[in-house]
Every structure is written in C-alpha cells, then in structure tokens.
Design a protein. Sequence first.
Lengths: 342, 245
Amino acid sequence: MRRSYIHILLYLALIVGVDLLTHALGKSYYLTQLTMSFYYSMVVLGLVLLMGYAGQISLGHAGFFAIGGYSTAVLSTINLMPYKEKPIIRLLESMGFLLMREDLYGARILSFNPWIGVITAVVLAGVVAYLIGIPVLKLKGHYLAMATLGFGIIVYRVVLGTPVFGEADGISDVPGFQIFPGLSINGEMDTKRMNYYIASAIVLVLLYLLMNLINSRVGRALRAIHGSEDAAEAVGIDTAGYKLRVFVLSAVIAAFAGALLTHFNGGIGPGESSVMKSVRYVAIVAAGGMASLWGGLATSMVLNFLSLRGYFGSYDDAVFGAVLILIMLFAPEGIIKIGRRQ
Amino acid sequence: MLRVRNIEAGYGKVKVLRRVSLHVSPGEIVTIIGANGAGKTTLLKSIAGLLRTWSGEIRFRDKDITNGAPESIVALGCVLVPEGRQVFSTMTVRENLELGATVRYKREPKEAIQDDLNRVFELFPRLKERQGQLAGTLSGGEQQMLAIGRALMSGAELIMMDEPSMGLAPVIVKEIFRIISELRKQGKTILLVEQNAKAALSISDRGYVIETGRIVLQEPAEALLENRDVQRAYLGRDLDAEVEI
C-alpha cells in the first residue's frame, strides 16, 4: 500500500508539473488534449479491471462510451419549450430536473439538467451491460469478446442511422456540466486549466477506488478466476457473478467517461462508437501491462495525447492496430510494469 | 450425509454416468475406484455442481443440491479438491488459502477464518513456512497439500478429493493418505476418487467400484481388498501368475 501512496504523490506532482510546463512554454492548448486523454483513460482503467483481473475481453467499450455520451447529449439538448405548460414538464422543472438556457442564437431552450443526463447515461449503460453480460458470462472462454464486438457494431449503426442522434453529424451545442457552482466541465477557453484539474482529479479518485477494489477480497477472487476458472468455481467463488459485476462496472465507467467528455467537448459524433475505438482501448490495456492500473493510465495518456494532437496522421487507427499486434508478438505482458504486483 | 440417487450425466451427447447411486455417512472415508474414463471425475464434478446432471437426485444433509450453484454447495459444506490440484499459481500460498474461505466471509467473523488458517498451518507446517511464496513455485506434493488446505478453509464437512496422489512420489503419497486419515479424526467426512486403489482402500471404510459409468460393486474396504476380481483389475496382483508358481 505504501508504494501506491508514493505513486499518488508522483501523479499529483506530474499533473501540476505538466500544467506549469505547458504554461511556461506557452503551449497551454496542450491541456485540452490532455483533458480529453484523461476521459479516455477512464475507459482504459475500467478495462484493466475487466481484462487484466477478470480475464475477459470487451470489444464494445466504445459502444458504452457512446451510450454515455449520447444519453447526456440528447437529454441536455432536447428542447422542451413547446411543452412548457404540460403538467409533467412543470413537475420536472419544479424538481430541478430541467434547466433553461440560451442557445448560440439567443433562443431560449428548456432541457434536462446535465446531472440528469449523466446519471441516465450511467444507469442506461449499466442496464445494457447487465443484459448482455447475463447470458454471455455464464459461458467460459472468450465469448464476451464476440458478443461485445456485435454490440459495438450495433451501437455504431444505430447512432449513424437515427435522426435523434444526429446521424453522421452527431450532436453539437451540448452545454457544460456544472458540478457545483463555480466548478463546471465545459470547453470554454477560460476554464481550460480548471477542466484539466477536474479531469485529473476524477481519474485520481477512480484510480484510488479501483486500487482498493483490487486489493480487497473481490480483487483476489478476480485474480483467482483469471488463474483458473474451474478451480475458482470449485472453491466456491461465484465466477459468473463476479465477471458480470466487473463487466457492468467497467461499462458504467466507460459511459461516465463518455458523458463527461461530451460535456467537455460540447458534442459527440458517431466516431466515438466505432469498433476501431474499442480496439484502441484494448490495445492500450495490452500495452500497459493488462493488470496494471498505472501502466494502463500512463500508456493511455501518452498514446491518446499523441493521437489527439494528430501525430499519427491518417494512420491513427493503424497505429493502434499495430500496437496490439506488436505487443502480442513481443511483449504479451505489456511494456510498462510499474505498479504491478509480483 | 450425501446421497446420490440414479444420476446420469455426461459431456455433449456422450453419456458418462449411467444411473449412479451412492451414499456417504458422517465420519466415513469412502473411496471410488475405477479405470480411466469410468466416470469418477464426472461423478465428483456433478456432485460439486460443476457439471449439470441429466437426471437423478443429489441430496446433501437432507437438502436437494442437484444442479445447484457450486458456491452454494460449498457454502452448505461440500467441497471438491479438484483433479490435478488446480492451485492459483500466480497467487501466494496464503492468498490461495484465504480464497478457500470465500463463502464464509459474509456470514462468519474474521477470527473464525483466522483460526481455521492456523489449523491448516498446523496440519501442513510446510505451507506455513511458504505462505508468502507463489503457489506455482511449490512442489507437486506441496501443491496437493495447498489444494487440500484450501478446501478445508471453506469449513466444509464433506471433502471430496479427486486423485490426490496423482503424479506424486510414493513417500509423498503416503503422507497425503496419512493426512486424510487425520482429517477424519478431526471429524471430516471424505469421499475419495483414486487410481491408487490399494492405498486408498486401506484407509477407507467402504468402497465403490465404477465401470463404464456404472457402480458395479459396493463393499466394505477390507472386503474389496480381498475381492479377487478387484485385486486382478485394480490392485495390480497377477493371480494367474501366482497360481502357476
């Protein structure tokens, strides 16, 4: 445990250091891509738990990310003004579920409070993951990879073909997400630094929670399942139950990340749900060492940042595919091993 | 304590067990002997809930556990030491043992589990010495002890063991059987599946002989040891040769 506290201190120092450095170099626009990378890294952290500890591969986490992003995007941009006088809308408004704002052109829009959007995002993804997981995770082997691959493709096609989701254009003009007065996730220029710190803090909290989970009985049970599913069953571990809970948890984290990034970016497009995005997450987890939260985070931050800054050009997806192949060929244990037990 | 009635089970379309019945009373050591592929492992897996039975009934302590969830069968007090030991090789000895108590953490105080851990360490001093070591680095005999210790940690009264002597040196095999007798003295009931029929029967009360998925013989252990057919088939005594001499 001591070691992980040192890691946390290093993490904090690095966060502040990078902020000061980019500021000093006059490149504070890097913070935008770093903030986005933090949100993508949340998906990676959830997947580390699923892949590295429960030994299950999901090729559909971009789908959960998109479910999260699109849920909150739809709810926080839908205009309820025409129905303002309906009793149900009045009730919702009086309960604080709705929010009035002005759009770019000064028109008044009444839509759901982003809090409602984010909560819906998380719950919806959890329910979907649960429904997929129940039948699939009772089977041993890599059936989850196949089922989630299909799921990811379905989400992509649905998003691409449904007017509510903006089809190929996606949804834009998504308002910021005010967590507390004065603390808000949005893409405004003057809150760039604040958003960088908010995102890094959320990732830190997530890391802390996941580390506690891994070092608990649950984490031990998960490693046992990864070691030998038959033996785990024989000693009385509810293997299907544990796998299901971890799968749902990782899906919920992905949806939460998707919702937050959508508020930060002010919109979401169908590209977020593409299967190549899912492959990208899997590649990052593999490169980070499968069962290492810190390794996964570091790899994710670096690769996502480079990708978002456009260093990979039009080879973006190919780079992540290549990473996956190279890792599997030459370093199936991952390239980064810090923070790894034994 | 355990009563199996007319169960049938198999893999895919292949039926392995054909109307198998047996019972185990509290405090007994019961051995099932039989050739490779006779269905011994299949039988234990069916009882443990790791394999679905096609028909028949399994009752443990007067509760129907047929096709129950493995974790609830362990929680009731019936645990399997699987064939080939199956320890969690990338985890420490201690973690392996603690995992054995998975079903107890919710309903029992930590102290009770700690007590059992000490008792397992008493029974297997080697495991205590090596508690921080990865299970994969243990010798075969130590791994078998760990697998048994892990099963004991569940607090179960009925311990089913699948080929505990497999692949072990004769001196270790002797030690394992000594421990099994010791467990009975401590009040455990044991259902044993063994190819090493002679050693197993010599510590058992009763034995069953299983052939191609059927129980063909059920007798007290001494009687089975004396039985000429059993001697010929499973105890490695070449009677015809003896007669010729």
